[in-house]
Design a protein around this ligand. Structure first.
Ligand SMILES: [Zn+2]
Length: 570
């Protein structure tokens, strides 16, 4: 029954405009499973519009954190629309689940209904204002980080721009750049710790309100992690320690030897060990976009055409500038059916990888764009990251679009080494969070000790002693978790990258054997959106989901093998 449900006039930035439609949905009479299907369909149509309004407000806000109008529009949405929307969503969800006809729904709705049931179980009205407060704290964190610039080398620079100096072959330049950035980070560290502590308290309270013992259990339900447990994550950390740490230590030792260092300092970690100039795949974002377009066209006409649509539709904001929020993301505009990509490009290899990564997310959006309902066009984060991270690996053979032959090899080698370095970092962030929320009443001192302990297990053996001078720069080792934005804006959203990397490495293996087949498997999984659960999506792309030592080691060994092959070729 879609009568009187004409959405042409909805202005989703005004609550008065949305509410009548939500009331219509909430009060409808349900006489059959078809009525439920219509309800879900209409709700989806309305959600598309609201989602796109939210997306545009978020995009504007992150592109210009210093624009007061954009800030206000975002704050308005978060404070005035989102809370009321959650209330109605819960009412409509309950209306669906509590109706006897829900059992007659076709199989198509299975995954959706399972998610809704969980959302209802954990929903508490008193949590809404706590969630709003959390969103505001997240925005505050972004504002603080967005303002972090330093005056260096003759001009004001963002951290993204400063990162380039860490690849400079002149050790003194690297050191002074590191010192400038680090002292700037430390200036804000107390304020950020305050924000984080309030967040921990709020999150713990939310979990207790919802009937859980703590936030870990709550978040597993809230994130619909139905296919793995807290215990699986802990097993995963161990498998990573076993398979990656010996390789990581070897790499660092080799780095120290090659650079001929007495002490391995934090400013020695990104420079090329052969003394080569940093990789600079592109000058500006036009270079980046045209090069990536050529890569995707070489892979397949379909991927190339999809990528070109982003530029044609003005869906890219790539260059780093002051006032832009840090990081990168892809946001799907649900009504326009167009992905938007945001990042802070400053010409580095890492920036190039981010572009490819976000393009992978965009392909996922395009491939699932044919699905009817907004919930179906979503996907579990773990699988969304397979789409993005595997694209980084699958593009390897085409990286010479940006490089001469030797440098393309160098870039690939750096990327593969990055995977071996990243998995322990993922385990660091994930185990840190398990500890944080497992011990919500810890002190700042205890948190510091725990962070150092985890870094000792998974970190590089970087030496900080004696770098103090007049400022307290050693302190960075104790608070470096503050640089990981996920801890603030998206708690526990990190193991996903590890799980996805396991998937990505498997697709990469397929791709080395048969490129056509790998892209076919890639598309097959992605096109399913969220119509299947995580394990099934993995399976659709031919991927095994396991955290065992055997499985993880096998995949990491594949990376190590490729690296030793490369070294032999040099
Ligand atoms: Zn991603």
């Amino acid at each position: 029954m879609s009568i009187n449900f004409n959405l042409n006039d909805v202005n989703a930035s005004k609550w008065e405009s949305i509410e009548p439609y939500l009331i219509n949905l909430k009060d409808r009479e349900i006489k059959s499973s078809e009525c439920i299907e219509n309800l879900i369909h209409d709700e989806s149509q309305l959600s598309e519009i609201i989602s796109e309004t939210r997306a545009r407000a978020y995009i504007n806000m992150t592109c210009q954190t210093d624009n007061q109008i954009y800030q206000k529009a975002w704050t308005d949405f978060v404070e005035n629309i989102q809370p009321k929307l959650s209330e109605y969503n819960d009412l409509i969800n309950r209306k669906i689940i509590n109706n006897k006809f829900v059992n007659d729904l076709p199989e198509r709705y299975e995954v959706m209904i399972k998610g809704i049931k969980t959302d209802i179980e954990i929903f508490r009205e008193e949590n809404i204002q706590l969630q709003t407060r959390l969103s505001m704290l997240g925005t505050k964190y972004n504002e603080i980080r967005g303002k972090q610039t330093v005056y260096f080398d003759g001009s004001e620079k963002t951290f993204a721009m400063m990162a380039i100096y860490q690849e400079n072959t002149d050790r003194e330049i690297r050191e002074s750049a590191w010192r400038a950035t680090t002292s700037r980070i430390i200036q804000d560290s107390e304020e950020i710790s305050d924000i984080f502590e309030e967040m921990i308290e709020l999150r713990h309270q939310i979990a207790i309100n919802s009937g859980f013992r703590g936030f870990q259990e709550y978040i597993f339900a809230a994130m619909h992690r139905f296919d793995y447990t807290i215990q699986d994550c802990l097993e995963f950390h161990e498998s990573i320690e076993y398979s990656c740490m010996p390789l990581k230590y070897d790499m660092n030792l080799l780095r120290k030897e090659k650079l001929n260092l007495v002490k391995l300092r934090p400013w020695d970690m990104s420079v090329d060990t052969e003394g080569k100039k940093p990789l600079q795949p592109f000058i500006d974002s036009d270079d980046l976009v045209s090069g990536c377009s050529r890569i995707f066209h070489s892979m397949s006409k379909e991927l190339g055409n999809y990528f070109d649509l982003l530029k044609e539709n003005d869906c890219l904001d790539l260059e780093s500038r002051k006032g832009k929020a840090p990081g990168g993301y892809q946001y799907y505009l649900q009504k326009s059916r167009m992905p938007f990509i945001f990042m802070n490009a400053a010409g580095t290899q890492r920036n190039f990888e981010t572009m490819i990564h976000e393009a992978g997310h965009a392909f996922h959006s395009f491939y699932s764009g044919h699905l009817d309902l907004i919930q179906e066009r979503d996907s579990p984060i773990e699988f969304a990251e397979v789409a993005a991270m595997s694209m980084e690996l699958l593009t390897h053979p085409y990286w010479n679009e940006f490089y001469e032959k030797d440098n393309a090899e160098r870039a690939r080698e750096k990327h593969l080494k990055g995977i071996i370095q990243f998995m322990p970092w993922m385990a660091t962030i994930d185990s840190f969070q398990h500890w944080i929320y497992g011990n919500p009443n810890h002190t700042r001192e205890e948190r510091k000790i725990k962070w150092l302990e985890i870094q000792d297990k998974f970190g590089s053996k970087v030496e900080y002693d004696g770098i103090n001078q007049e400022e307290n720069l050693e302190q960075i080792a104790e608070i470096s978790w503050q640089l990981q934005g996920h801890l603030f804006g998206a708690p526990f959203y990190y193991v996903e990258y590890g799980i996805a990397q396991l998937g990505a490495l498997q697709l990469w293996k397929y791709h080395k054997e048969d490129r056509y087949n790998a892209l076919k498997l890639y598309k097959k999984g992605l096109s399913l959106g969220y119509t299947k659960g995580l394990t099934e999506l993995f399976a659709a792309s031919g991927l095994e989901m396991s955290f065992s030592r055997e499985h993880v080691s096998k995949l990491i060994q594949e990376v190590d093998y490729e690296l030793s092959e490369n070294t032999l070729k040099h």
